[in-house]
Ligand binder design. Structure first.
Ligand code: GDD
Ligand code: MG
Length: 361
C-alpha cells in the first residue's frame, strides 16, 4: 500500500517553534510529529510513503531519510515549487500513488490519534466508493471541515463544509483519508484544496464515505492544542504502552522523560509532562502539563505550567511560566521572571515580566 503525508504550509500557528523547525519535525511525545504517522503507516503494511513538501525540504530529507530502514518503507519527497494546497500534491505524486490499482492513504501531518489504518482500508474496500474520510466529533467544529451524513445511507457523506461560519454539525474531517487512484484524475496540477474543491465533487457523485474514529484525536498545529494533544497522547500510552511512561518518586501521573535528562530528586514532574533529551531540571522545580524540548534547562524553584519550552532554552531560578507560554529556540529567561501566555521568539533574553498574552520579538 501507499500513503502521502501533506507536510507543506508554514506552520505559522505553531510559531515560535516553527521558526526553527518545520512543523512535522517538532517533537511530539519526544519524537518528530510525523514519525508517529510514518510508523503507523508502516505497521499497517504501507511500503511507499510520499512526503509532499513545499517548505525547507532539505531539513526534512536530512532528518527523515534515515528512518526508511528502521521502518522498512521507501520515503520519497515530492517537492512543490509553489504551494499546491491539499489536493495539488496528490497530482504531483501521481507516479507513486498510481503505481498499482490499490487505494492510498492521505494524511494531514499535524493530526494525532491511534491511526486505524488497517480497519480503514477494509472499510474503504467494503463500501466500494472512491473515498473515505476519517471522522471525529469536536466541540468547536468551525475550525475544521464538517461532515454531514446522508440520512438514508449510513456513512455516505451528503455535504462537506470546510470551516463553516454557521453550525452544520460537529462531526468533522480528522485529516486522514483513503482514496482510490481515480480520484487523482479529478485533480489538476495547480494549487487546489481537497476540502473545498475535490470533496464536494465526490459528494455530488455519492462516492465519499466517512469512517468514525475511536479514541482520542487532536490537530496539534497550535500551542494550546499541542498541549491538550499531549495530555491525550500520554493517557493513551497509559492504557496501551505504560512502559513508555516515566516512574519514580518525583513523577506524578503521566509523564515521559528522556533517559538522557537530568532531574533533581527534589523536583516534581507531572502530570502530563514531556521532558526531552539532555534537559536539566533543577532543585525544587515544579512542572505540570508542559513540554520541555531537548537541551533546555529549568533552574531551581521555578514553576512551569501549560508551557512549551523550546530547544536549548534556559529558564532561570524562581520563575513562573504559565498560560500557554511558548519559548522558541535558544531563549533565556532571567531569574524571578513571570510569563503568562507569552510567545517568545528564538534567541531572545527576557528580563522583565510578561503578565498577559504577548509576542516577544
Ligand atoms: N504539501 C503541501 N502543500 N501541504 C500543505 C499545503 C501545501 O500547499 N498547505 C497545507 N498543507 C498541509 C499542512 O501541512 C497540513 O498537514 C495539512 O495540509 C492541512 O493543513 P492545515 O493548515 O493544518 O489545515 P487545517 O488544520 O486548517 O484544516 C485541515 O485539517 C483539519 C483537521 O485538522 C482540513 O483538512 C480540515 O478539513 C480538517 O478538519
Ligand atoms: Mg491543521
Amino acid at each position: 500500500m501507499k500513503g502521502l503525508i501533506l507536510v507543506g504550509g508554514y506552520g505559522t500557528r505553531l510559531r515560535p517553534l516553527t521558526l526553527t523547525v518545520p512543523k512535522p519535525l517538532v517533537e511530539f511525545g519526544n519524537r518528530p510529529m510525523i514519525l508517529h504517522q510514518i510508523e503507523a503507516l508502516a505497521s499497517a503494511g504501507v511500503t511507499d510513503i510520499v512526503l509532499a513538501v513545499n517548505y525547507r525540504p532539505e531539513v526534512m530529507v536530512e532528518t527523515l531519510k534515515k528512518y526508511e530502514q528502521e521502518y522498512g518503507v521507501s520515503i520519497t519527497f515530492s517537492v512543490e515549487t509553489e504551494p499546491l494546497g491539499t489536493a495539488g500534491p496528490l497530482k504531483l505524486a501521481e507516479k507513486v500513488l498510481k503505481k498499482d490499482s490499490s487505494p492510498f492513504f492521505v494524511l494531514n501531518s499535524d493530526v494525532i490519534c491511534e491511526y486505524p489504518f488497517k480497519v480503514l482500508a477494509d472499510f474503504h474496500k467494503a463500501h466500494g466508493g472512491k473515498g473515505t474520510i476519517v471522522a471525529t466529533k469536536v466541540d468547536e467544529p468551525s475550525k475544521y471541515g464538517v461532515i454531514v451524513h446522508d440520512i438514508a445511507t449510513p456513512n455516505l457523506i451528503d455535504r462537506f463544509v470546510e470551516k463553516p461560519v454557521e453550525f452544520v454539525g460537529n462531526r468533522i474531517n480528522a485529516g486522514l483519508y483513503i482514496l482510490s487512484p481515480e480520484v487523482i484524475d479529478m485533480i489538476d496540477l495547480k494549487p487546489t484544496s481537497i476540502e473545498k474543491e475535490t470533496f464536494p465533487v465526490l459528494v455530488e457523485q455519492k462516492q465519499l464515505y466517512s469512517f468514525d474514529l475511536e479514541g482520542y484525536w487532536m490537530d496539534v498545529g497550535q500551542p494550546k492544542d499541542f498541549l491538550s494533544g499531549t495530555v491525550l497522547y500520554l493517557n493513551s500510552l497509559r492504557k496501551h504502552n505504560p512502559q513508555k511512561l516515566a516512574s519514580g518518586s518525583n513523577v506524578i501521573g503521566n509523564a515521559i522523560v528522556d533517559p538522557s535528562a537530568t532531574i533533581d530528586p527534589s523536583a516534581k514532574i507531572g502530570p502530563d509532562v514531556v521532558i526531552g533529551a539532555n534537559v536539566t531540571i533543577g532543585e525544587g522545580v515544579r512542572i505540570t502539563r508542559s513540554v520541555v524540548l531537548s537541551n533546555s534547562t529549568v533552574k531551581a524553584h521555578s514553576l512551569v505550567k501549560s508551557t512549551i519550552v523550546g530547544w536549548a532554552s534556559t529558564v532561570g531560578q524562581w520563575c513562573r511560566l504559565e498560560g500557554v507560554t511558548v519559548l522558541g529556540d535558544d531563549v533565556e529567561v532571567k531569574d524571578e521572571i513571570y510569563i503568562n501566555g507569552g510567545k517568545v521568539l528564538p534567541h531572545k533574553s527576557i528580563s522583565s515580566n510578561v503578565p498577559a498574552e504577548a509576542i516577544i520579538m
